[in-house]
Design a protein around this ligand. Sequence first.
Ligand code: NAD
Length: 339
Amino acid sequence: MASTASTDALPESVGFIGLGAMGKPMAANLAKALPRGSQLHVHDAALAQVQELWTSFPDVVVRCWSAQEVAEASDVVITMLPEGAHVKSVYLDPTTGVIAALSSSPSRPKLFIDSSTIDTASSLHVKQELSAVSATASFYDAPVSGGVLGAENGTIAFFLGCSPSDRNIARLNALLQTMGAKVVPCGGPSLGLAAKLSNNYLSGIITIACAEAMDMGMRAGIDARVLAAVFAAGTAQNTICDVFNPVPGVCGRAPSSNGYRGGFRVQLMRKDIGLAVDMARTVGARNVLGASGLGVYVAASAAADCRDLDSRVVYRYLGGRENWEHDQEEQIAKAGETR
Ligand code: NAD
């Protein structure tokens, strides 16, 4: 799916910092797409992550011990880190960060692309600090959607914080298309993040509504698959219900049908809804579902039977029936006995 871009536009020296669940498969797709002779300079706080990628691509990957080292060696650097504090440390630490590399050679043009899902204020702060040190450094927010499977398959979407006519758009597209299927320019700095947070707010709130609506309909006596088919045919139609239904057994390939394993961790949804609610407050948007939605994800993230599982586990947290198929079979058997 990825790698449709012309390799002519790809830089010869790229950096990647943050080789976790998302970053490692993204960096692997990039390593496969770079033209022969190119180098991918990588760094992660966990050495094992660096070693694993280097073992897979020993001719392309160069191991680095700091963000500064990556930035010194690369024309373009991509970062994929957990939270705003990590992004600020990687870019702005005066001795080991990207900014240390810029201070020593401020006139060499460089592109920085941060794909982490973080707050817009941290992202704008990093952008401002880098431009204060180097007039030729360009920083973009480009958070992603599509999860770990999408990162592995090269089908993630990038929400890019710039306009479609940005002077670097061709280079950004060529590079990001080696790792994903879609690049959506969202208008300007930090607007990729604003788009991502709005998207995850909507998806997280729909998940709770879908779990509640499934539970109430099933308790009233409707078969879960019939209820999902009703939503699909009616005005409630949505992707969470159709593809990621929170009720086990409704969508065979959804994480809910696999013990809520895989998918998008409930703690990540808690983080994103929290960031979205903060953003709504900052921009003065009235938000009636945010506080209760966030409360559900905070509690589910702390619950021993939900933590570390796919975010659609809120159905379990809300007390939804998971063994409904088995219960139905028992009811049918009992009805047969009494006849
Ligand atoms: P992760 O925790 O698996 O990986 C983060 C990596 O960053 C780790 O390998 C960690 O060692 C490294 N790291 C942390 N601090 C560092 C530092 N100071 N220097 C160098 N390396 C450092 O996280 P992830 O699941 O890959 O998510 C990364 C970002 O992508 C998050 O913002 C997340 O919200 C977002 N995201 C995740 C998913 C998903 O399904 N996992 C989907 C979309 C977006």
